[in-house]
Design a protein around this ligand. Structure first.
Ligand code: FUC
Length: 756
């Protein structure tokens, strides 16, 4: 089928609003146009990762192709896993919904994802009829809804079918399609299906309800047929019996009744009600942060996203595109990680294969950590919960394997991880401490004491126990991790920087946590004395920050992993402000590693350069990512795509605007020349603070800081300011140039107004 690009899109101008208003009132290019991904043609069936568009409600999601005569909705549920307590296994693909209809070559085709509302809309004209589809995945209703309407009665004659990736039986009964009695038995990662499978087998099911208006509906074979319907809605739900509780054998009730109840409840409601509820729920998270780094030329805003991205490659002066990629990461996070779901895996939750690259799992030698770096700063703290809950659920399995294999208390893991605690490939000794860094950092942002008590401290303490048992003393009394491995790089040996830096971070967090909670004073002292004796970061023979205790770094080595930079980012052991010599060594190493890289690595480099306070270098990498590392659906690629790059990019943007890892809030620490004027509203800083920051000509103009918990606030800023609260001057001290310290009261807003 030949999809013609609307003339308006090609010429890129005026008629667009009029045409779109005809087809889809309320969707004309307007101020929100810059937060919409849109295309003038359907996604190519062969380009799933590059062109289909994702929707999701945390655990239930879909990739949508938008073809006119055969709609393809490839759906997932994030607990459909194979694996067990000894093997990672793999995340699986669930199935597809197809809607076939006989619509001849369309005109004025538009497919869009409005990330302000989390609604995917497709509009086209065919044979003089204007058609519209609206899709979303609702967190409150727990179902996905797909509505098909037209401006002419009786326009839909269609066949709806359901497929299942594990040979379930498909049945059509009344207006319901069910895929049931499928089995995950015999599926092994990377192998053809056989008799041998994993030790844990989940039950699963999916259902589709077809609700039609006008015309007729009948079940025929395993499909549902519609004849002359005016409009129809598909409600889709899929689930498994996975439970994140080992003591219950990882299994709860069969999902059949749950799915049926959710669909039946949704079917009783009006589509517009479901939609309004969904949008309100989504916006309660999404609307908390607004970013403005400039819009770019008007003609770029009018371009379809694929055309606009191609234009950006040629000439990057389109900050609106940079902003779109940032907000898209927030959209993706809200869509694949909500309370009650599993954490975002390598593909968020949108995987279409039973043998996906790297198992579409929880890789812990950078990937899962990177997924969650930005969520608190980007004011999405609730989205962090799945990571903490999953980690909590696997602790017991991890302790058992660690005891059995290594005879140590506490635990460590391998780089590949599944949902039942099974972990494979090499031991990656620093990984668990690295995940714990995310956990403690979440506390540092939220100051949620309950979280510190129940989720953070028990984990931190047991991970310390591993290192207390495992650390090795060198002849000079220094302590090193024995037989470590710098992720995917170099030999297995003692004292690799990855381990050393993460043990330092783990001890530091544990000390902080035990102080905050007022517990375990002796244990705290022990952690502090061990931290003192750790072999610290080393500067090597060419001035580089050493990746290993042995000074063997190669200046020409451009390996993608940057594990010896953890102390700088996401850690807090090295900074130009506190350890300038080590920061300089990090800069030398980063220059040697170069700027080229695969998606996630490039995203990390944005963060690292921001922590080195080099905004222009960070921006260079950020714009190169958009130029070279994103597909037209703005997924970050790394075969087939890897969502860590999207999330790492967003983290980089946050690090350029605010840093707060050193016990102070550093405003605009790495603002690039390319964003001379702008604002960010609702960005968070550690210590329970929320900020609105405005700048002009590269200089801070006004900052509003809301204190959610009260307490002392230390702010580093390059511009002199007056400080007021409720119109009154607030007393502040200035311990050094460019730093102010003041007391805050819970719930109050503080205003810093530039005096220059
Ligand atoms: C790490 C990386 C790979 C890939 C994998 C999922 O092992 O080195 O590039 O991202 O995770």
């Amino acid at each position: 089928m030949n999809y013609r690009l609307p003339l308006v899109a090609r010429s890129g101008v005026i008629g667009l609003a009029a045409v779109l208003l005809f087809i889809m009132p309320g969707y004309a290019a307007g101020p929100e146009g810059d937060l919409t991904l849109w295309y003038a043609q359907p996604a190519n069936e062969k380009k799933w990762s590059a062109e289909a568009l994702p929707i999701g409600n945390g655990n239930l999601g879909a990739m949508i192709f938008g073809d006119v005569s055969k709609e393809h909705i490839q759906f997932n549920e994030d607990s459909l896993w194979i694996g067990d307590e000894t093997d990672t296994g793999a995340y699986q693909a669930f199935g597809d919904v197809y809607v076939e209809m006989n619509h001849p070559n369309p005109q004025q085709y538009r497919r869009e994802l409005d990330i302000r509302r989390a609604v995917h809309t497709i509009t086209y004209e065919s044979d003089g009829v204007a058609y519209k589809r609206q899709y979303f995945s609702s967190y409150p209703a727990g179902v996905m809804a797909f509505r098909f309407t037209a401006n002419k009665k009786g326009a839909y004659t269609a066949t709806v079918s359901l497929t299942d990736m594990h040979e379930a039986t498909i049945a059509a009964e009344g207006n319901r399609l069910t895929a049931s009695k499928g089995s995950l038995a015999g599926y092994l990662y990377g192998k053809p299906k056989g008799s041998q499978g994993y030790g844990i087998l989940l039950d699963y099911e999916s259902q589709v309800l077809v609700l039609h208006e006008g015309g007729s509906l009948r079940a025929e074979g395993d499909k549902i047929k519609l004849d002359g319907a005016d409009a129809f809605t598909l409600l889709v739900c899929a689930d498994t019996n996975y439970l994140n509780q080992r003591d219950k054998g990882w299994k709860g009730e069969h999902p059949h009744n749950r799915i049926t109840a959710k669909l039946d409840a949704a079917a009783k409601r009006k589509f517009d009600d479901l939609l309004a509820e969904h949008v309100a729920d989504y916006q309660a998270l999404f609307n908390r942060l607004k970013l403005d780094v400039g819009k770019g030329p008007a003609e770029r805003l009018e371009m379809p996203t694929d055309v606009r991205l191609a234009a950006y490659k040629g000439n990057k002066s389109d900050p609106g595109m940079e902003l779109l990629a940032f907000q898209y990461a927030r959209y993706l996070m809200i869509s694949c990680s909500r309370p009650g779901s599993l954490p975002a895996n390598l593909q968020g939750l949108w995987n279409n294969s039973n043998s996906p690259p790297w198992r579409s799992d929880y890789h812990s030698d950078v990937n899962i950590q990177m997924n969650y770096w930005f969520v608190d700063a980007a004011n999405l703290s609730e989205c962090f919960e799945p990571f903490a809950e999953w980690l909590n659920s696997i602790r017991e399995v991890r302790r058992e394997e660690t005891k059995k294999q290594l005879n140590r208390r506490g635990w460590i893991n391998h780089a590949e991880n599944g949902i039942f605690g099974g972990s494979t490939w090499k031991w990656s000794k620093g990984d668990a401490a690295w995940m714990a860094q995310n956990i403690w950092d979440h506390y540092r942002f939220t100051l949620d004491r309950d979280f510190a008590e129940k989720r953070a401290y028990p984990l931190l303490k047991e991970l310390c126990e591993f290192w207390i048992d495992d650390l090795k003393e060198l002849p000079d009394g220094k302590l090193v991790s024995p037989n470590g491995f710098s992720p995917e790089h170099g030999p297995t040996e003692d004292g690799v920087s990855f381990d050393q830096q993460l043990i330092w971070d783990l001890f530091t967090s544990t000390i902080e946590a035990s102080e905050r909670l007022g517990v375990d004073a002796d244990f705290r002292k022990r952690a502090a004395s061990l931290r003192e004796r750790l072999l610290g970061p080393q500067v090597g023979k060419w001035g580089q920050l050493q990746e290993w205790m042995v000074d063997r770094d190669e200046p020409k080595d451009t390996h993608r992993h940057l594990s010896h930079m953890i102390a700088l980012h996401p850690g807090r052991q090295i900074s130009p402000l506190t350890t300038p010599k080590l920061a300089e060594a990090a800069r030398v190493s980063m220059n040697a590693r170069g700027d080229g890289a695969t998606g996630w690595s490039k995203a990390w480099k944005i963060n690292i350069w921001a922590r080195l306070h080099d905004g222009n270098r960070a921006y260079k990498l950020l714009s190169e990512m958009l130029q070279n590392n994103f597909y037209t659906n703005l997924f970050d690629f790394h075969p087939p795509f890897q969502i860590d790059g999207n999330f790492g990019y967003a983290s980089g943007v946050c690090e350029m605007l605010v840093q707060s890892h050193l016990g102070e809030i550093h405003l605009l620490p790495a603002l690039p020349d390319a964003w001379p004027e702008g604002s960010v509203q609702g960005i968070k800083a550690r210590g329970g603070f929320e900020l609105d920051i405005h700048w002009k000509s590269g200089k801070l103009t006004e900052t509003r800081l809301r204190s959610n918990n009260g307490g002392t606030c230390k702010v580093r800023l390059a511009t002199p300011v007056t400080l007021t609260c409720q119109g009154q001057t607030v007393p502040a001290t200035s311990p050094e140039k460019g730093v102010i310290v003041f007391e805050t009261r819970k719930g109050r807003e503080y205003r810093m107004l530039a005096t220059e």
